[in-house]
Ligand binder design. Structure first.
Ligand SMILES: [Mn+2]
Length: 346
């Protein structure tokens, strides 16, 4: 197990100097943020991230994310160019010592919440998802007022993109994911890089857009699509657990022995009725997940990948990137490292 910490690059208010002071952190998780989705990352920018990390004694072995161009998800004519660019990024990252690349295959929208700073009873602030609020929104009407969405699209561009997805089904997405993996996984094998798909967050279709990485059945199908162990998963506790039907411990014990969990996002959530939830501190007693049971299942199935604390609350007056402040994630990292030490010394 390698405990890592997400860092958003030189503009992140959380500095590498802060991160290195969190006990037990061995490396950072970051990305090149200056290049448009679908293009090739300059070698100098990759090298610069690596140099900055290593100057602080931190490894740079995990990238989150190399985003997948919408044309690949759509299976649009000409998407081969974007698959080839993706392969080139895998090669360049492998050359720089990166071992694991996180990505997702969610159409248009990445993670979705209805609130970025819900005040919890203890005075901290957390991200939250209210099912009714999200269900009442029709993005085609331009009612795009939810936080956390990609604001790089104009309203017209977003409308046009949603139109392109209007006939796309879950089966289409699976076929396009298969084509993407067929192109990229052989390069991952040559480059010594694991590819790790992040589950859809939340793990169900939103706004009429299909979502396919949603639970145990998805993993069964994903692993069958491409048998290489390089074709793996970022196991995000909070994303999968948003669907109360997902039994995370069962998922870990069932698929863990296949060694396809290359990266774990450890995060707790608290179910608040139906499919609504709010994000919680990492401790089991603060949310709906039994973190000790989940880490025990990982340990007992031989997990040897990367792990990081996931979203944290805003505490102690910190202002910053929602979910990615320093303090609560640092508390989470220490808690997870402590659990792991206790489990591994039994
Ligand atoms: Mn995650």
């Amino acid at each position: 197990m390698n405990m890592t910490f997400r860092w958003y690059g030189p503009d992140d208010p959380v500095s590498l100097g802060h991160i290195r002071q969190i006990p037990g952190i061995t490396g950072i998780v970051t990305a090149v943020y200056t290049v448009p989705v679908g293009e090739v990352w300059p070698r100098e920018e990759i090298a610069s991230l690596k140099r900055r990390a290593e100057e602080k004694g931190l490894a740079f072995e995990v990238v989150e994310s190399v985003p997948v161009h919408e044309d690949i998800k759509l299976g649009a004519p000409g998407c081969e160019r974007f698959i080839e660019n993706y392969c080139e990024n895998v090669r360049r990252l492998g050359e720089a010592g990166v071992k694991c690349i996180c990505y997702n295959f969610m159409p248009v929208f990445d993670w979705t919440r209805s609130e970025l700073s819900r005040k919890l009873p203890d005075g901290s602030y957390a991200l939250a998802y209210d099912e009714e609020t999200v269900r009442a929104i029709d993005p085609v009407k331009g009612e795009l007022r939810l936080p956390g969405w990609d604001e790089s699209y104009t309203k017209e561009e977003l409308w046009a993109l949603l139109q392109r997805y209007s006939q796309v089904t879950g089966e289409d997405l699976w076929r396009n994911l298969g084509r993407f993996l067929d192109g990229v996984i052989p390069v991952c094998e040559e480059a010594g890089v694991n590819l790790a798909i992040h589950p859809d967050d939340p793990p169900w279709p939103i706004f009429g857009l299909p979502r396919i990485i949603t639970g145990a059945d998805s993993y069964e199908r994903l692993f069958a699509l491409n048998e290489s162990p390089r074709n793996g998963v970022t196991l995000c506790f909070g994303s999968l657990a948003a669907d109360p039907q997902n039994d995370l411990e069962e998922i870990i014990r069932r698929f863990g022995p296949e060694h396809r969990f290359h990266f774990v996002h450890a995060r707790n959530i608290k179910h608040t009725g139906g499919r609504s939830f709010e994000e919680a501190a990492h401790l089991s007693l603060c949310g709906s997940l039994d973190m000790a049971a989940l880490l025990t299942a990982l340990y007992e199935t031989g997990f040897d990948g990367y792990i990081r604390p996931d979203h944290g609350r805003m505490i102690w007056g910190e202002k910053g990137r929602p979910g990615y402040g320093l303090y609560d994630r640092a508390l989470g990292a220490c808690y997870l490292t402590g659990l792991w030490e206790a489990i591994s010394k039994r």
